[in-house]
Design a protein around this ligand. Sequence first.
Ligand SMILES: Nc1nc2c(ncn2[C@@H]2O[C@H](COP(=O)(O)OP(=O)(O)OP(=O)(O)O)[C@@H](O)[C@H]2O)c(=O)[nH]1
Ligand SMILES: [Mg+2]
Length: 341
Amino acid sequence: MQPWKTFHSFANNARSPLCRPLKNKACCPLGSQPSFRSLNTKPTSALTLNKPTAPKPKHPKPAGTVKTDENELSNRQKFNRVEPSARVYEKLEKLGFGTLRQTKRFSIVRGKQKPVSEKDGPPDPEYSFPLLSFFAGAKTPASFPPESLVEIGFVGRSNVGKSSLINSLAESTVVRTSDKPGLTQQINFFSAGSLFHMVDMPGYGFAFVDDAERQQWRDLMENYAEKRTILKRLFVVIDARHGLKVADHDFLQMLDSKKVRFQIVLTKCDLQVLPILARRVMVVQESIRTYRHSVKDVLVVSSKTGSGINQMRKEILFLTGKLQPREFYKPKKEEVPQKRY
Ligand SMILES: Nc1nc2c(ncn2[C@@H]2O[C@H](COP(=O)(O)OP(=O)(O)OP(=O)(O)O)[C@@H](O)[C@H]2O)c(=O)[nH]1
Ligand SMILES: [Mg+2]
């Protein structure tokens, strides 16, 4: 005898609730073959089977909390609701991060943009840095080299692309990079000819080293940022895919409390599509507004494709006194000298 037949006759004889007529009669020659699902369920009385049960809330809210729609949104949903401005799109397009496709959003954004003829001046020339060379490494504040030329520092979480950014800016391969986080483990000083120094630092908030070492790196960077009088600006490098994390805010608060002037650089921007990148820029701009010592303009770069690198070179050359303000700031329309005939 077939096993299901045995079970069927047994269940019928025992008058078990399992032996209710089955829906799928077609597959059972006797018309009431028990399903294997029902075999695994506890036998329940006929009354309880039909009793309607109220759906249980997945995450019961504590009594007294009134939640608005906005509060209930996840961070991703909030991020997706951000409407980038026409100005941000324009900036990113100009830097070479793609163009907005002809969609509804395109027409809304383009509608707000000025016509091309009104846009400011001719494009920037191609800037370049002198040859980069390593001249000092420091694991303790005592081993910092003596202060000479002005310095530009690069900090950020591990693996965000600090070392790659220095290489890209100087068109060199002098700074060692790796796809594994935690390669740079000391403060490295590089000279750009006799113009200025670029300073590469270890990553903060790095999870794969022990607490003592992480704290040591952090103290070293804190000491450098606070005490180095020739430090012109600290570039805080942020991975554009992830934005500002808790470790970043923690570090920025420290910089702000020590009155260190810093500027955010979004890197790895080639890995993001234009609308997402534009939202990221908007969100980062908004979240640094509370820091008094931050530069409000966020730099957007890709060390891989070179987009935005020329703009950052220009910023550094201006900071280090190699560009005059009239070369750095675009003259406003009314300030443009009129041609005389
Ligand atoms: N696609 C892309 N990859 C990048 C970019 N910048 C850096 N990378 C890659 O990111 C990885 C980490 O780069 P690093 O420059 O070593 O990062 P870091 O911040 O110096 O890392 P630590 O020294 O460990 O703190 C490397 O594999 C780089 O090739 C970028 O703009 N685009
Ligand atoms: Mg590095």
